[in-house]
Design a protein around this ligand. Structure first.
Ligand SMILES: Nc1ncnc2c1ncn2[C@@H]1O[C@H](COP(=O)(O)OP(=O)(O)OP(=O)(O)O)[C@@H](O)[C@H]1O
Length: 268
């Protein structure tokens, strides 16, 4: 069984510019299951970074530890050089997070939820009001702003979660499966918003299962398998022209030719 590693008290310095996000020795165990082991990655500022991996690879656990949502057993993360776990109050204003599966305050309306997120960040109420209207509009929720989040569909919930991550214009966005359940038109709008944000100097880190999307949208990609980082770099470095094929190779996916022989429409 993998032992929890002894954390060295001081992570080694990085050469060059300060990464937007750096993880160092991240480790998490749930009972006997090691969900994430020795995860170390430096994400350059201004990059559009995709994190991919099969179901259960450890993406959500890693992103949760890297953003202050889940305490690591060992290791830590730095946002713009500031330790997420040692100085959370300094890190939170720099971060916009769309967690996967974390419950929102769904007895608020969509507009109230964005407003709440903005005011919680100490923003000017007039600015919050303007941005709330703009975000609802651009995310196709203008007619649903007065509806309770509890009554939103899965895709609408994803979009309102994204709006709460964007409202304070953070320098680093960490989005767990931002396109899941989102319709193609809204997904197009979200892609445009994120591309524009990166063009303006922001950093986006997103997890996804959709390889074509990562290949088209991202500048860099990290591949996780079974709790470990197995490859990281630019899309060209990792994918070599076919990210899907390289991914299958890295995670050891085998083609399955046999089907479920019993799965036939029953007659009668
Ligand atoms: N709270 C928890 N309690 C117990 N096991 C957990 C918990 N959270 C995650 N795990 C386990 O840790 C491993 C990594 O899970 P994680 O959700 O990080 O994977 P993932 O790559 O995000 O998967 P997916 O692509 O399916 O969302 C899995 O084996 C999962 O069962």
């Amino acid at each position: 069984m993998t032992q929890t590693p002894e954390a060295s008290p001081v992570p080694p310095p990085v050469s060059g510019p300060v990464p937007a996000l750096r993880t160092w020795g991240l480790f998490k165990r749930f009972g006997a299951k090691v969900a994430v082991q020795q995860f170390e990655l430096a994400i350059p500022a201004g990059s559009f970074y995709g994190i991919v991996g099969p179901n259960g690879a450890g993406k959500t656990t890693t992103l949760s530890m890297a953003t202050g949502l889940l305490r690591p057993d060992a290791g830590t993360a730095f946002v713009n050089g500031v330790d997420v776990w040692a100085e959370p109050e300094k890190v939170k204003p720099m971060l916009g997070i769309l967690p996967d599966g974390l419950r929102l305050f769904d007895r608020l309306t969509g507009a109230e939820l964005i407003t709440y997120a903005g005011l919680l960040r100490g923003m000017d109420p007039v600015v919050v009001r303007q941005r709330t209207d703009q975000l609802l509009d651009v995310l196709g929720l203008a007619d649903d702003g007065t509806k309770l989040v509890a009554d939103y569909s899965a895709g609408m919930t994803k979009k309102i979660g994204l709006a709460t991550a964007l409202v304070h214009a953070p320098s680093v966005l960490v989005l767990d499966e931002p396109f899941e359940a989102v319709d193609p038109v809204s997904a197009g709008h979200i892609r445009a918003i994120l591309a524009d944000y990166v063009a303006g100097g922001g950093t986006v880190i997103l997890s996804s299962h959709v390889m074509e999307l990562v290949e088209r949208l991202c500048s860099h990609v990290a591949v996780m398998n079974d709790g470990a980082l197995v490859a990281a770099g630019t899309i060209a470095e990792v994918g070599g022209g076919d990210l899907q094929a390289r991914f299958a190779q890295l995670v050891g996916a085998q083609e399955r030719t046999e089907g479920l022989a019993w799965l036939r429409p029953s007659r009668g």
